[in-house]
Design a protein around this ligand. Sequence first.
Ligand code: SF4
Length: 466
Amino acid sequence: MAFKDECGVFGIYGHSEAANLTYLGLYALQHRGQESVGIATSDGVKLQMHKAVGYVADSFDEPTISRLTGMSAVGHVRYSTAGESGIKNAQPILIDCAHGEIAICHNGNLVNAQELRDMLVREGSIFQTTSDTEVLLHLYARSKAPTPEQALVESVSQAQGAFSLVLLTKDRLIAVRDPHGFRPLTLGKLGDSYIVCSETCALDLIDAEWIRDIEPGEVFIAGPDGTKSIHPFAPAPRAHCIFEHVYFARPDSYVFGKSVNEVRTELGRRLAHEQPAPVDVVVPIPDSGVCAATGYSEASGLPMQMGLIRNHYVGRTFIEPHQSIRHFGVRVKLNPVKSILQGRRVVLVDDSIVRGTTSRKIVKMVRNAGASEVHMRISCPPTISPCFYGVDTPKRSELIAATHSLEEICRFIGADSLGYLSLDGLLSAVGSERKSYCTSCYTGDYPVAVPQNEAAYLQLALKLVE
Ligand code: SF4
C-alpha cells in the first residue's frame, strides 16, 4: 500500500463527446495517478488542451470541457515517476513541429532517457520539463522521416524501457506499446469510436466494449482511413509488470488478459497455504489488501472482518507538506475497529512492505486497539530491488527487505510473525503465462538493462511517500 501509482492514459477517436468521455475515462483511472491531470482534443484542424494539478473531478468543469472541442482526445493522470511533480510535468505534452501538432501521454519509464536527453541537449535541444516523455517529442520533432507516422516510429525506436503511449495528431489517434509490454494498454469500442486506455475499468464506466489488448510492440493508428496496426520494433521477451496484479490495477479491471480480482484473490489463497497463521480473524489492510485477504480467508477457513477502516477522502496534500503532519498520516488514513480487534489474534494481509515504517505504525495501532496477537502476511515476495520501468520505488538501500532478514523486518514492524508469498506462489497465480511477467523488484534480475548510475537515475526518476 505504500507504493505510489505511476500513470494512467486514455484516448478516443471519432466521438462527438470526445472530451467528456476522456474526462470519465480518467475518472476511472484516477487510482493510477493523483498529482495532475490533462486532456487534449483535436477538432481536425487544431489541438487544444487543459491541464491542472489535482484530481480529475476538481480540475474540469462544464465550461472547460466545452472548450475542448473535437471528435478525438487523449488524456493522462499522473503521479510523477520521472521528473519533478507539478503542472510543468503534467501531461499531455503538446508541441507543434515540422510534422504538425502532436500531444503525447506516457505511462512507463525510459531507462535510456538521460542518455538521450544528454545527446539532444548537446545538439541544441531546449527542454521545458524534466519528464522523460519530452525526450520522445524532441526525437520526433527532429526526425527527417517523410510522414508523421514514420517519424513517430523512428523516434520511439530509440527508446528503451517501458512505454504505453497514446498520441493525438490533428487527424489521428495513435497507441504504442513497448516490445516487452511492461505496462498495460487496451483497446475498446464505443459505437464506431475507438478507445485506448490503461485499464478496462475505464471502458466499463463509459459503457464501451473491450476488444483486445494493444500487443507488445504494436503501433495502433485510428484515422480518417480507418484503423491499422504495425509492428515496427524487434520482438522482445514479454515482461508484463506483475505488480499491476499485486497492487496497481483496480480489481474490477482485466490487465494482461486476466481479471485482477481473480489473480489477487488467488495470491491470498496461496499465501494462506504457504504462510498459515494461528489466529481468530483475517483483517485486510484496505483497500489494496482486500482481495488477497478474501482469498486468505477462503483458503484458511478463517473469518475475514474489516478491522481497519480507510478514510477515502484523504488527499496527498494533507500528508505531504511537513514531517510533523506526515506523522499522523496512517492515523488519518486508517482507523481500527476496536469491537473487531479487541482480545483477538489477528492476521493482517497487505500487498507489500517497502520501508516498513507504515506497517510498523499499523501493527502498533492494531495492538493498541486490543488485539492479543498481530501477525503480518504479504501477498508477494519481499521487495528487494528498485523498479526502473515506471513504478515508484525508493532506492535499494531504503527497501527494508534489501537490507534486513525476515526476522529483522518482523522485529522492526513489531509483529508476532511475518510471512511473504514465495516467487513461485506469485507466478502460479497468473497461471500458464508466468514466463511473460517481469518480477525484477523481487529478484533483482532486469529484463531490460538498467541505467549504470542507479543513484542518479533514481534521484531523477523515483520518489516514494510512505
Ligand atoms: S520491477 Fe516490479 S514494479 Fe517494476 S515493472 Fe517489474 S514487476 Fe513491475
